[in-house]
Design a protein around this ligand. Structure first.
Ligand code: KIV
Length: 263
């Protein structure tokens, strides 16, 4: 996709065509991924996939800014969303200060924050200050310690009603779209129908307005664990290891470099 999608066309895509979102953390992969993506999310999942940590909680604003700039260098025509890390939007003032820092120090088009109804006042404050906000409801990775684990949502009537309230509150607050993560598919479908802005699913079934995956999961590069909702579109880990083994074997046997690689 050569032309950057706009917030208006993201909103208008609802009910017309599913949106494709993918994460990226560096220029190299961003350049490879951008041609088929509507939006690139510089997710705080980079703390796990890129930095090797066991969760997202220790990602910092500086890290997010660094990686957003790297992604922007590779994906010059993409709509970029920078994930606000844990602890950077606990109240309106902090959220705005940190979101402004992201907007001033990177070319991000929007930020993403986790939380529903309880974050609506912050989302409204950010939107009214000129910051485009993508919400994130359902399973919230930044809340996993407080909730005692990563829990799929939408398993009870009460959870379903809360999700609908969350989606409506974020829409009213001015979010232009939201991620819905780890929610039973039938419930995610109802939540998506309850609002006019697109819901981008991850582990939320097919009846939502788009999908997002972590690129290293999608490419089969992340071996530690594979959540049920991930489809590996290639076995990246096996391909990388096999290429590395061939290189290593050829160095040891002096088969590499050959004349064509030599000055
Ligand atoms: O950090 C991230 O990559 C995310 C996606 C899983 C939606 O928030």
């Amino acid at each position: 996709m050569s032309k950057k999608i706009t917030i208006n066309s993201i909103k208008k895509s609802k009910g017309v065509s599913p949106l494709v979102m993918i994460t990226a953390y560096d220029a190299l992969f961003a350049r490879l991924l951008e041609s088929s993506a509507d939006m690139i999310l510089v997710g705080d999942s980079l703390n796990m996939s890129f930095a090797g940590k066991s969760d997202t909680l220790s990602a910092t604003l500086e890290q997010m800014i660094y990686h957003t700039n790297a992604v922007a260098m590779g994906a010059k025509n993409s709509f970029l969303i920078c994930d606000m890390p844990f602890g950077t939007y606990t109240n309106k003032k902090e959220a705005l200060k940190n979101a402004i820092k992201v907007f001033q120090e990177t070319p991000a088009d929007a930020i993403k924050i986790e939380g529903g109804e309880e974050k609506a006042d912050i989302v409204e404050y950010l939107c009214s200050s000129g910051i485009a906000v993508c919400g994130h409801i359902g399973l919230l990775p930044q809340a996993f310690r407080g909730e005692g684990g990563y829990k799929v949502k939408g398993k009870s009537e009460e959870e379903k009603s809360q999700l609908i309230r969350d989606a409506k509150a974020l829409e009213k607050a001015g979010a232009f779209c939201m991620v819905i993560e780890g929610v039973k598919a039938d419930v995610a479908c109802e939540v998506a129908k309850s609002v006019k802005i697109p819901l981008i699913g991850i582990g939320a079934g097919k009846d939502v307005d788009g999908q997002v995956l972590v690129f290293s999961d999608m490419l089969g590069l992340f071996e530690e664990f594979t959540p049920k909702f991930v489809k590996k579109y290639m076995d990246g880990a096996a391909l990388v290891k096999s290429a590395m083994k061939s290189y290593s074997d050829e160095v040891k046997s002096r088969e590499f470099p050959q004349d064509i690689h030599t000055y």
